[in-house]
Design a protein around this ligand. Structure first.
Ligand code: ZN
Length: 124
């Protein structure tokens, strides 16, 4: 009687999907360490979500709040997703904005993070 359950899998066996992920990730792990989610903007899932958002809300919401009508070209995340897929892809977290509004937003966030605001604030 065998004392161990029979196994055809060698010690290094991984599901093909996982093995592929590990291979792909090894190349640019350095670059992706700071912002691995940047690659998400190249995904079809994002392209579809972006299209859907701009179709649903074709005008810049920031300008709209001031009563100005400006076509939106960028989909912004209301809450910064910080690499959290659920926030990244959630339509409820998407906001249509024009490029100037989006760039202004990004600049403000980058300024805030370079000052080191994340350390002084607890939690999110
Ligand atoms: Zn705008």
């Amino acid at each position: 009687m065998p004392s161990r359950p029979p196994s055809h899998r060698s010690a290094g066996w991984r599901p093909p999907e996982q093995a592929r992920r590990e291979r792909n990730g090894a190349h640019d792990v350095q670059r992706r360490r700071d912002a691995p989610w940047r690659a998400w903007y190249g995904l079809r899932a994002w392209a579809l979500a972006r299209e859907a958002q701009l179709a649903r809300a074709p005008l810049c919401e920031r300008h709209g709040a001031r009563g100005e009508i400006v076509p939106a070209t960028v989909v912004n995340h209301r809450r910064p997703h910080r690499g959290e897929w659920a926030l990244f892809i959630d339509p409820a977290n998407h906001e249509s904005v024009c490029k100037p509004c989006h760039d202004r937003e990004i600049q403000r966030e980058e300024r805030a993070s370079s000052i080191g605001g994340s350390r002084s604030r607890s939690g999110v």
